[in-house]
Ligand binder design. Structure first.
Ligand code: ADP
Ligand code: MG
Length: 265
């Protein structure tokens, strides 16, 4: 294995994510209403909240897939998607945004794998497309990552030949291939049959204990209790309360949090 591939396989420095006073509207509908959130390096933050409360939008704002009308996001102090010009924020160019996005892993509810590529090439694609690795190097990296998620024997398969749990593990390996400083998960197990949820949670737990910064939207309360350093409860585009699982999940201070937990537990 080449030095570059080895380096690419090595653990990445975990990132700090800061969300500053983010407001987001769709038309007249205010979806995020002044979100402030700091996720420290290696911290695992679980975001909970009712359907429509703005959780996915918040993740998409962090990744600059959505642009906030007010506020900004920074990762390791670097503004995402924008630059300062005087006292205003100006949109970065597409290439610069893509480069930044490469440092932010995103795992979607519905896997979003490339159906026409093998499992190996799904994982190897981004490091090649961004010019970071040659194709053989990227494939070697992909083999290592697929072994890490327990899919060493599926490299030649196509996504349609895999179970949902296996597809989601490929998606996680794919997110790891760009050595992200933070990985965002948007309900990674919601589309899975119940018996497949555990294998995906086990992979996420492995990442959590290896010191990667993770932001996870999930309704899996038991899982949150097990792995979260911090639980953030969002309702109506606002953070209602946040703290360690032992507080937010076991002794919620707000009626809205209690009400939500009584419905999902
Ligand atoms: P959650 O992930 O917590 O269920 P979302 O962030 O997906 O919530 O959505 C929050 C609100 O924003 C919902 O009312 C949803 O209908 C609305 N919304 C989300 N995306 C769009 C969009 N692209 N255009 C218009 N409204 C949207
Ligand atoms: Mg959502």
């Amino acid at each position: 294995m080449t030095a570059e591939t080895l380096e690419a396989l090595a653990d990445v420095e975990a990132a700090t994510v800061e969300v500053h006073d983010v407001h987001k509207w769709y038309g007249t509908h205010r979806v995020l209403d002044g979100i402030d959130l700091t996720v420290r390096p290696g911290e695992v933050t679980v975001i909970l909240g009712p359907s429509g409360s703005g959780k996915s939008t918040l993740l998409r704002v962090i990744n600059h897939l959505e642009k906030p009308e007010i506020g900004h996001v920074s990762i390791n102090g670097e503004l995402i998607g924008v630059k300062r010009q005087g006292d205003r924020l100006k949109e970065l160019g597409e290439r610069a945004i893509l480069t930044q996005r490469g440092r932010i892993g995103f795992v979607f509810q519905n896997f979003n794998l490339f159906p026409h590529l093998t499992v190996l090439d799904n994982v190897a694609a981004a490091p090649v497309a961004t010019g970071r690795l040659s194709r053989p190097e990227a494939q070697e990296l992909a083999r290592g990552l697929l072994a890490r998620v327990g899919l060493a024997d599926k490299t030649g398969a196509y996504p349609r030949q895999l179970s949902g749990g296996q597809q989601q593990r490929v998606a996680i390996a794919r997110a790891l291939a760009l050595r992200p400083g933070v990985i965002l998960f948007d309900e990674p197990t919601s589309a899975l049959d119940p018996e497949l949820v555990g294998e995906v949670l086990a992979v996420i737990k492995d990442l959590a204990t290896s010191g990667t910064t993770l932001v996870i939207v999930t309704h899996e309360i038991g899982f949150a209790r097990e792995i979260a350093d911090r639980v953030v409860f969002i309702d109506g585009g606002k953070i209602v309360e946040q703290g360690p699982p032992s507080e937010v999940l076991d002794k919620p201070r707000h009626e809205r949090t209690r009400d939500f937990l009584s419905k999902v537990l």
